[in-house]
Each structure stands twice: as structure tokens, then as C-alpha cells.
Design a protein. Structure first.
Length: 90
């Protein structure tokens, strides 16, 4: 389970970094990209709030909590990919 905890921490860190990079480029995106960015940014903040209280107790949590967090993180990752694609297609 420690590996899962490290993997989730790395994924959240990578999502934060990608969010910050996109924030710098978002002014070039259209309105749809901006709305998607705002939605995903709020989800990252919520994911972080949900993860922090359980990070130390991750070994004691159920696998379904970890799976749900991974699904949410994957959704955000896919959303960022859509934004990047929109930015390159424009």
C-alpha cells in the first residue's frame, strides 16, 4: 500500500505541475478551454483536500478509496490532455 500512496502523491504532484503550466498558457485558449481548466483546477483542489487527511493513514484505508482517487486523477489528466489538444488545434 506504501507504493500506492507514493504513486498517488506523485500523480497529484504531476497534476499540480501541469495545472500550473497550463495556467500560464490558458490565456491563449478559447472560452471552452478556460471553463474546462477552471473545472479541473477545482477538482484538483478537492482531490488534494480529500487526500491530505488520509495520506498518513493510507495503509488503513480501503482499496476503493484509492481507486476512486485514481479515477478522479485520471479524469483530470484526460481533461488536461483535451485542453492541450484544443490549444494545439487552434
Amino acid at each position: 500500500m506504501a507504493e500506492d500512496k507514493n504513486a498517488l502523491e506523485e500523480l497529484i504532484s504531476a497534476l499540480r505541475q501541469e495545472r500550473d503550466e497550463l495556467r500560464l498558457k490558458i490565456h491563449l485558449a478559447g472560452m471552452e478551454g478556460q471553463e474546462e481548466y477552471k473545472r479541473l483546477s477545482a477538482k484538483i483542489d478537492e482531490l488534494t483536500k480529500q487526500y491530505e487527511p488520509v495520506s498518513d493513514a493510507m495503509q488503513d484505508t480501503a482499496k476503493n478509496v484509492f481507486s476512486a482517487l485514481m479515477l478522479a486523477a485520471d479524469e483530470m489528466k484526460n481533461g488536461f490532455t483535451r485542453i492541450r489538444k484544443q490549444m494545439t488545434d487552434s
